[in-house]
Structures are given as C-alpha cells and as structure tokens.
Design a protein. Structure first.
Length: 240
C-alpha cells in the first residue's frame, strides 16, 4: 500500500497501488523502462514480416531426405502408394554439374566425348580417388573439394521409378556420341564406386548399380567400376 497526495490542497488520500507496480516504479526491470520496452515491441512488429520471410527461406534451403522416385503402386501401402520423402528434384547448373535440390549435394555430370567425364571410363577403387584428385587439380566447375561419394549419398540419386538407367532424366538426357557435360548428361547402366568400405570385410567396397538401383559390395582390389564425383554435404565448401 502506498500513500499519494490528493489534488486538493492539504488533503492526503490513501490509494491502493499493487506492490508489483510500486516495485517497477522504483526500479525498472530493464533499461529504459516502459518506453524502451514499447519501442522494442514496435521494432519486432515492424520486422516480423522480414523475419518470417527469412525463416521461410531457411526452411526452403534445408536439406531434405529424398523419396525413391517410385510412383507405380503394386500393393496398398507400398512405396509407390505412400511416396514418402521429398520429391526428387535437380538443377543443371550449366557448368557440367547438377545440384540435388533436396540434399544440396553437387554432382559431376558424365559425358560421351572421351574426356575425363566420359560415362564409359572405368576405374579401380584407387583410380576413383585419382579421378577426383584430378578434378580438384583442374578446379572443375571452379571448385577443388570434389570427392568420391559415400554409399548413402550415391544411392540418394537412384530413381527407382526408372531402370536401365535407374536415375532421373537430369542425369541422363541428350546422351549422344560426342556430347559434353555442357550440352548433355549421361549415366551408364552400370556399377559406380562409393567411398564406403564393408565394415566386416574391408577387402570389399560398397557400390551402387544404376541399372536397377542395387547396392552391392565389390572386391576392392580388382573390380572396375564407374565413378561420379560429388561435393557438399551440409557445407558446400568454397571456391578457391
């Protein structure tokens, strides 16, 4: 309870003032008191639409787990019926690379021109790592952080709606003799190396087959497979 002098001369009125308000009047819980608090609220209100737009952009840029691509229904509740995961979506960057819109991984395109990118080049596992080292040395597409994809990354671009080759059209279109990575895109219906080793059999390496999307372990020492380089994986790295 606090006393307050009345507006009438000589009179003193007793006014009931809540104790929490009395405390605030004596010592504000934040610098600037109520006027500053109101200013802060106004600023938040004014910038809410901007913050919401930025938040939406963050959500759009977030990595998403991709669907398999299968849309044919063979049984109620199967993959083609449920179609769980983000719809497969890719962007041709026009520089010999493809970006997966969902995972944000950037993939090397393959060609049919006899170059380092040719879809018919086969590699030992060691040569697969040499391939990406060469891409990095030449700063392919302006970057030097290319690598051999791991098994899950490689399988993420399989499109199980397709076969022979089991991949989306962005990776396999206009693949005619002489086509380069700048004017076409190729995928051999064959096995591709990953960087993942079979944990209970380190003499074997996981590979992904793009004829039907199979995942198998291949003898590391003498198998000859294709390779498609990738970059990114949470952090897209930087051009150097």
């Amino acid at each position: 309870m606090m006393t307050r002098r009345s507006g009438f001369r000589g009179a003193v009125a007793v006014v009931a003032v809540p104790m929490w308000w009395a405390g605030m009047a004596l010592a504000q819980p934040f610098p600037g008191g109520l006027p500053q608090c109101q200013a802060n609220v106004n600023m938040c209100s004014a910038n809410f639409s901007v913050c919401r737009t930025q938040l939406s952009a963050c959500h759009a840029a977030a990595q998403q787990f991709p669907a398999t691509g299968q849309t044919i229904v063979f049984h109620a509740g199967d993959d083609g019926d449920v179609q769980a995961g983000a719809t497969l979506s890719y962007t041709d960057n026009g520089d010999g690379t493809i970006t997966d819109t969902n995972t944000k991984l950037v993939w090397e395109k393959k060609s049919a021109d006899g170059s380092i990118h040719d879809k018919d080049n086969v590699y030992t596992r060691d040569d697969a790592f040499t391939h990406v080292a060469t891409l990095n040395a030449m700063k392919f597409a302006g970057f030097n952080d290319w690598r051999v994809p791991n098994a899950k990354e490689l399988q993420s671009v399989v499109n199980y709606q397709n076969s022979n080759s089991a991949i989306s059209l962005t990776f396999n279109t206009n693949c005619t003799a002489g086509v380069t990575v700048l004017n076409g895109s190729c995928t051999a219906a064959d096995n591709y190396w990953s960087s993942s080793t079979l944990v209970n059999g380190p003499a074997f390496t996981w590979g992904v087959g793009f004829h039907d999307g199979n995942v198998d372990a291949f003898p590391t020492a003498f198998s000859l497979l294709r390779v498609r380089a990738v970059r990114g994986g949470g952090n897209l790295g930087s051009s150097q």
